[in-house]
Design a protein around this ligand. Sequence first.
Ligand code: FES
Length: 212
Amino acid sequence: MESPLDQELFPSSAGGSPPGEPAAPPAAKSPLPPAAKPVAKPAGAVVESTPEPAVNKMRRRIVWSSLVVFLVTDFLMFLRFFLPRSITEPPSRFNVGLPGDYALGVDTKWQQQYRIWVDKTSDRIFVIYARCTHLGCTPDWKASENKFKCPCHGSGYDSEAINFEGPAPRPMDRAHVELDAEGQIVVDIAKLYKWPKGDRNEFNDPGAYIPL
Ligand code: FES
């Protein structure tokens, strides 16, 4: 057995032979591979990327899809700018039925479609163009008050669209009306009859009303 002094004087003899003695045969190789040691990677070495998680792929797909939808919508709106607007505008001349279809008073059923009201009195039927003569808003028919009221600045008109309150300078205009071969009322809002302040009243002109 070696003493500590021997180990200090002959360090290479650890597991080997002291000087002057024949060398010990090399140790037999183990059949098992040596344990793997961590190897430090040199700076600048290419690092292999790990496979991308599925959730990232999904996010990327959603972002790309949103972008494509946005661009396509933008492009369609751009094209729409060059299309003629007349496709969606109502015609200026149209049929609103027979005089007998209307009761006395104001009928608002065509307001949304043609911006008109059909007004029937005891001796005539005429069509009011639903545009305030102040700045062009569409007044509301207040049946309980028997008047039209403009929501913009408060102008009031009676049941025949004659202004009586607020800033409106004159009555609302009336559209051209006539009967066709079947006795139906044909309205033409391209031709309007007016009653300008201090000027001639056109409401009694032929075409401004249909006599009953
Ligand atoms: S637009 Fe009707 S009162 Fe001004």
